[in-house]
Design a protein around this ligand. Structure first.
Ligand code: ASP
Length: 342
């Protein structure tokens, strides 16, 4: 009997973003289109996969919340349980690096989850949305993309969620991957991977990071502050954080993870109130752990209890801390989870 070719089944979820935006009466462009409109505009998709289109949100991506993304992760997990072969998330590019990383932490499946967007609206000359959608579907349907966690595909490049970052506000080549570049590209209708990331292995002691009630957009998540360090900062914001209701903090230090010496004491005091993760504002390279020994250096801050984020940039460390706190993780479990990125 000849084997019958079955097209891969993909779930496409659109959340809004430039790729869905058309001219608005109020001026500028605003989200109007849904996943079904976007899929219908690219007939070549029918050769790649059988696509089920749903449109849970229609917003600019800076209005997406981690609660929204938890709901998207729940929908993808349900689709995978139902036999779908991959998922496509269509959204604004401004927060793709955060969404992709959050999905990586929450979906935990070998099947590809691919996040795409566009830098130009569908009514602009040279609109990149249709090409990005097609490339994203090719990757999501590709067996070569299995086991890589969540991926981001734009401008025909394939990026790992852990490393991808929007590095430009305008160009169609806006996306970069720090610490090693993209994993591959889409060429001649095929996903070609040059390198693979090791699967994201979180410590077995860490509970499932998927919030138990991910049904709606309004689930309550613990607030985590993100504090970027600038020259001459004296850290006066830090003692206010607990009173403002923050349950954790990420400090985005200079260089390999440093703050002004006058601030070190305040970091130690904050650690006594909540978990504090130390990231680097350089974005490339790890936070150091055993090189610099002056007040405010990484050795000093780690001795005071700050957790070095390794290669994890501050934006992503913040999301992990929110989910770990929501999952009720102990300080030890949080420290172990952060250590997975060293
Ligand atoms: N402001 C848009 C958004 O993130 C930008 C984009 O989609 O490229 O929703």
């Amino acid at each position: 009997m000849p084997e019958i070719f079955r097209r891969p089944r993909l779930l496409a979820l659109s959340l809004g973003g430039t790729i869905t935006m058309t001219a608005s009466a109020a001026g500028g462009i605003a989200p109007t289109l849904g996943a079904a409109d976007l899929v219908a505009a690219v007939p070549a998709l029918a050769e790649i996969a059988e696509i089920e289109a749903r449109s849970p949100f229609r917003v600019g991506s800076s209005s997406l919340t981690l609660g929204n993304i938890a709901a998207v992760a729940a929908e993808i997990r349900a689709a995978f349980a139902d036999g779908f072969d991959g998922a496509l998330v269509i959204q604004g590019t401004d927060t793709i690096e955060e969404t992709a990383f959050a999905l990586d932490l929450m979906v935990r499946d070998d099947r590809p989850v691919v996040v795409i967007g566009a830098m130009r609206g569908p009514q602009q000359p040279g609109a990149d949305g249709p090409a990005n959608l097609l490339a994203g579907a090719i990757v999501a349907a590709s067996p070569a993309a299995r086991g890589l966690g969540t991926l981001v595909v734009l401008n025909d490049e394939i990026h790992a969620a852990r490393y991808v970052r929007k590095g430009h506000s305008a160009l169609t080549s806006a996306f970069v991957s720090d610490n090693g570049g993209p994993l591959g590209l889409v060429a001649e209708g095929q996903a070609r991977l040059f390198s693979r990331v090791t699967p994201l292995t979180l410590p077995p002691t860490l509970p499932d990071l998927m919030p138990a009630s991910a049904a709606g957009a309004d689930i309550e998540l613990p607030p985590v502050a993100l504090v970027k360090i600038g020259m001459g900062d004296d850290g006066r914001l830090l003692p206010a954080l607990a009173g403002l209701g923050y349950r954790g903090a990420v400090i985005e230090g200079a260089g390999a993870g440093h703050v002004p010496g006058v601030m070190a004491e305040a970091v130690g005091a904050l650690v006594r109130q909540m978990p504090v993760v130390l990231a680097s504002r350089t974005l490339g390279g790890p936070v150091f752990e055993r090189t610099y020994g002056y007040p405010g250096s990484e050795i000093d801050l780690i001795a005071r209890g700050a957790l070095p984020a390794g290669l994890l940039p501050a934006l992503k460390a913040r999301l992990m801390l929110v989910l770990a706190l929501k999952a009720g993780c102990s300080r030890e479990a949080i420290a172990e989870a952060v250590a997975a990125f060293r």
